[in-house]
Write a protein that binds this ligand. Structure first.
Ligand code: FES
Length: 85
């Protein structure tokens, strides 16, 4: 049986399978905006392989973290309302 992990996305608890990336947890939390562009438009994952930087979020207080390249960890705190460009 696959283990699960609980983390928080914008204050909401999300349970994901071990091995899931943060982008999947953000989507599971119902968020469609991962960051904002310099003009304020909503942005979300595009490449899924660490190149485009459109999926950046704040993870445990570190802004600009690529959610598509970061594995979820128990108790992780993720925010999508950070000051990213
Ligand atoms: S989706 Fe492109 S870097 Fe994460």
């Amino acid at each position: 049986m696959k283990r699960t992990l609980a983390l928080r996305v914008n204050g909401r608890t999300v349970v994901v399978p071990e091995g899931a990336v943060v982008a999947a947890a953000v989507a599971a939390a119902g968020e469609t905006r991962f960051r904002r562009s310099v003009t304020g438009s909503p942005r979300g994952p595009l490449c899924g392989m660490g190149v485009c930087m459109e999926c950046c979020v704040t993870i445990n207080g570190v802004s600009g973290s690529r959610s598509c390249q970061t594995l979820c960890e128990e108790g992780m705190e993720v925010r999508t309302d950070g000051p990213f460009v």
